[in-house]
Design a protein. Structure first.
Length: 341
């Protein structure tokens, strides 16, 4: 199959329309079987539930080419389960794991010419999402929904190496206690836009959100979970009911333990502990791990010993092992790599 003539290594993280997208409709209490379509526009009522009350959820995944030329996606079953959890919390109909994975496979296959070649660092980003589409004016859930998946090629997250970033402790909260922080709903992102624009204006790359109840514990950033490395090489990740369970973070914790033989802990992490950690990273599908070099707490700087030049040594090993598993250079655990045939 002929690839598109795209300058893969210089692509940014933006939307580029591709040939096909998947759409399934939920009506009269059931999902139809779904199909691929060419039209990238959606027509809906001005009173559609998603436009008035933000009844919408999403996922983020990527397809890429392995070293031996296979087109694959990473652990789509976990995204399917998380999507179902998001749907239940938002009073939306659950799509079966089978249909979810089938939709992903169809979209990747139909847009295979946009899956970047191995070695470019680029990937085909996949965006599954669902929203309430029928008119709703009194506050209640929609009764008709659309599930869609589109694909868009995105460039390498780190152009010219992963430079550590600087983040700030946010004065805003990302998620309420017992709220929706643990699901992937558009509303969590809507709430974070003002905070991230402000942080960028102040020269920071990201926000560190604390737990809204006590503001003493670390939660996550707007779109990535934290990993910390202790000075004796333990891998620690915050535990909280309002953190989004990142597939990347769960995979890295497994890699730390089973591939690198490191001790791992998922537990409450107090902000006061951060000054004692050796390394810090942010994990999510887009970057896998972004190293954090500095954390600014209202003008007081906490500088991680790993510095501002490169990833810390343990972060680097985690990054190399997981990306090695993804690219087919390191043997993957059973079921982690889903080949698109
Ligand atoms: C999507 C997301 C992540 C990262 O999850 P992955 O499954 O690793 O991509 C982390 N935090 C938030 C708030 C997210 O929405």
């Amino acid at each position: 199959m002929e690839k598109k003539n795209i300058d893969w290594s210089n692509l940014g993280f933006g939307y580029m329309e591709t040939d096909k997208r998947y759409v399934a409709t939920y009506k009269d209490g059931k999902w139809d079987e779904g199909k691929l379509i060419s039209d990238s526009y959606i027509t809906m009522s001005e009173c559609a539930c998603v436009l008035q009350y933000a009844q919408t959820i999403f996922e983020g995944m990527k397809a890429y080419t392995t070293q031996d030329g296979r087109t694959v996606v990473f652990r789509p079953d976990l995204n399917a389960k998380r999507f179902a959890d998001s749907a239940r919390r938002m009073e939306m109909p659950v799509l079966s794991e089978e249909q979810y994975i089938d939709s992903i496979k169809q979209v990747v296959k139909a847009n295979e010419a946009y899956v970047p070649p191995y070695g470019t660092g680029a990937t085909l980003y996949l965006r599954p999402y669902m929203f309430g589409i029928n008119p709703v004016i009194g506050v209640k859930p929609a009764t008709e929904f659309q599930y869609r998946v589109f694909a868009t090629p995105v460039g390498p997250y780190f152009k010219g190496g992963a430079k550590p970033i600087t983040i700030k402790v946010s004065d805003y909260d990302r998620a309420a206690p017992r709220g929706t922080g643990n699901i992937k709903a558009g509303l969590n992102y809507a709430m974070s836009l003002h905070a991230i624009v402000e942080a960028h204006e102040q020269g920071f790359d990201e926000n560190m959100y604390l737990d809204p109840q006590t503001r003493r514990k670390v939660e996550e950033t707007g779109g990535a979970n934290f990993l910390f490395i202790t000075k004796d090489n333990k891998v620690v990740t915050p535990k909280s009911d309002s953190i989004l369970p990142s597939v990347t973070r769960r995979s890295l914790m497994y890699v730390a333990k089973e591939y690198l033989g490191l001790e791992t802990e998922e537990r409450e992490v107090y902000f006061d502990e951060i000054k004692d950690f050796a390394e810090c990273g942010l994990c999510g599908t887009a970057a896998v791990i972004s190293p954090v070099g500095k954390i600014n707490d209202h003008g007081k700087e906490i500088c991680l010993p790993s510095g501002m030049e490169k990833m810390g040594p343990i972060t680097q090993k985690l990054y190399e092992t997981l990306t090695g598993i993804q690219m087919g250079l390191v043997e993957a655990p059973e079921g982690w790599i889903c080949e698109i045939k």
